[in-house]
Design a protein around this ligand. Structure first.
Ligand code: ACO
Length: 384
């Protein structure tokens, strides 16, 4: 069939490209439903492992099923020597953590067929990538800082292990709950760019590790998962509430985008921003810097007001990244870890979408509209 070139929608905005039972984003109402639950409920009540099970199996696990999943993740959490060698090499070159995570994720294919799209192989790959993401990120951060990686503790859950492997200390309950809230909140979010990338790759019957590597590449960009670091930088740059308007006006005047604001689907406040703002408030009230939280609130208020003034009618509101930055900073994570930590949560959704695509999906192969020339005359080299 020829490319028909009709109905081109820039950025595929509003185009429905998959059916999913995993999550639903209502951009007008500002609602996010994940496997039938409002995101607020999962954020508050579930462990990360429960959300993972829900996404993979469309049911809440009973005690035995949850214990089995925790054990399966625990077994796969330690890094093979080849992965550690690669991370050491990347650290010696000072590679950014997202690049190190991408490279190290590729090593999950070592010792497997790496090409099989069958369900058992895909499930094994999914367990390995989900289990190893926190280990890779934490080990790499320590190597970058000139420290030795800390091995995972089999007694700790997924979120607690991540903080433990980063800091070498068993984290407090408040910190674990805050991280778990974050991971659950970002675990899945409709057909976002990285999830779409994963589905496209697996739709070719390629392997799940390749799909996750592709998704990491999409997540890294500043218009997707790369925004929280810059969002926090702006809060620090502002420093004091009374400077917010002047600094933000200057940025908007230069035509810059304010990181942490605006969304392709949400035209009202991103519901995840509320969940994370509440979690950040709790965290900062218990052991953090309440002044920073107050400053962030003021920056948010000012940014939303200025965006309405500079870009009227665009519905630019706070997105998930703004309070992600604040929450992860409150947990002691450096800005370079924000996007990899997003990946630690979102890999749950990526893998679930891969299963769904493998079960029901067709090869994803859209069309393009040709806008180039026709009937050009070939010019020999000597005449060009
Ligand atoms: N600051 C200033 N202006 C903005 C912003 C922003 N944050 N976001 C959009 N705009 C403006 C655009 O300049 C454009 O203006 P114009 O109509 O005068 O040309 C208008 O609003 C529409 O913008 P688009 O780029 O067409 O909207 P799109 O749906 O493609 O963008 C996006 C969504 C990429 C998230 C955008 O809002 C943005 O760049 N935000 C900042 C980066 C960010 O926070 N990313 C994280 C998103 S959440 C996530 O992926 C997890």
């Amino acid at each position: 069939m020829s490319e028909r070139g009709s109905g081109f929608v820039p950025g595929l905005e509003g185009v429905v490209a998959a059916e999913t039972r995993l999550s639903h984003v209502d951009g007008e109402a500002g609602e996010l439903v994940v496997t039938g639950f409002p995101v607020e409920e999962l954020a508050r009540r579930a462990t990360f492992e429960e959300v993972l099970y829900l996404l993979w199996h469309d049911a809440l696990p009973n005690a035995g099923e949850l214990a089995d999943l925790r054990e399966a993740l625990s077994q796969r959490r330690p890094l093979p020597g080849a992965t550690l060698d690669l991370l050491r090499a990347a650290a010696s070159e000072g590679a950014p953590p997202m690049d190190a995570l991408r490279m190290a994720t590729g090593t999950v294919s070592l010792g497997t067929q790496g090409t099989s799209p069958d369900t058992d192989a895909a499930y094994e790959d999914a367990l390995a990538v989900v289990a190893r993401f926190p280990t890779i990120v934490a080990a790499y951060k320590r190597l970058l800082d000139g420290e030795e990686p800390v091995a995972p503790d089999p007694r700790l859950g997924h979120a607690a292990n991540y903080l433990y492997m980063l800091n070498g200390e068993v984290p407090g309950e408040g910190s674990v709950r805050a991280l778990e809230t974050y991971l659950n909140t970002v675990a899945d979010h409709g057909l976002n760019a990285s999830t779409f990338a994963a589905r496209v790759i697996v739709s070719t019957r390629s392997d799940l590790v390749s799909a996750v590597v592709g998704a990491l590449g999409a997540l890294k960009g500043p218009l997707h998962g790369g925004a929280p670091g810059p969002a926090l930088d702006v809060v620090f740059e502002i420093g004091e509430a009374h400077r917010a308007e002047a600094v933000l006006c200057e940025k908007l005047g230069r035509g810059e985008r304010l990181m942490g604001f605006g969304h392709r689907v949400y035209k009202v406040r991103d519901p995840r921003a509320d969940v994370l703002a509440t979690a950040a408030e709790l965290l900062y009230a218990s052991d953090g810097d309440e002044a920073l939280y107050e400053l962030a609130l003021e920056v948010e208020r000012t940014a939303v007001a200025l965006l309405a003034e500079y870009k009227p009618g665009r519905g630019l509101q706070t997105n998930v990244e703004f309070y992600t930055a604040l929450l992860l900073h409150g947990l002691g994570l450096s800005t370079e870890l924000f996007t990899p930590t997003f990946a630690v949560g979102r890999v749950a959704g990526w893998t679930a979408h891969c299963f769904e695509q493998l079960e029901r999906g067709r090869l994803i192969r859209p069309q393009s509209e040709y806008v180039g020339e026709r009937d050009r005359e070939w010019v020999p080299m000597g005449d060009r």
